[in-house]
Design a protein around this ligand. Sequence first.
Ligand SMILES: [Zn+2]
Ligand SMILES: [Zn+2]
Length: 152
Amino acid sequence: MNQAELQKLVEEISLRYFHAPFKHEVKINNRMTTTGGRYFLKDHHIDINGHFLDKKYYADLVGIIKHELTHYHLHLAGRGYQHRNRDFKNLLAAVGGSRYTPDIGLRRRQNRNYIYECKNCHFQYPRVRKVNTKKYRCGKCGRRLTLIRKNK
Ligand SMILES: [Zn+2]
Ligand SMILES: [Zn+2]
């Protein structure tokens, strides 16, 4: 799928599910790793992670586009466009947008510089950045985490 086809798809999804036109630009971003898309408040354009333009991720792509269009339309309407807002949650659910970036293995390619482990249940937490172990506890058992590997 190229730029023009993606633009057309976003415009179609906007009309069909939001009953309002998408009048701005959608750009392909191949540097994105952990997110499927991003809406820009300043100029109202949308970035879509180029990895999702492959045919086999079509259903994921539609979910991502719906998610970004939910930000777009609520923001332009002056309503709650942030993830935590009730407006956002309601509209996202109504159009069937994705809540999270679908996992297609992009996360694993990212450098995980720090690996933390729970000394109680031994669950590991690879992280890109340093974590404040005084604040963040194990998500499974609630105990403290210990840094066991540092790659940089
Ligand atoms: Zn979002
Ligand atoms: Zn634990």
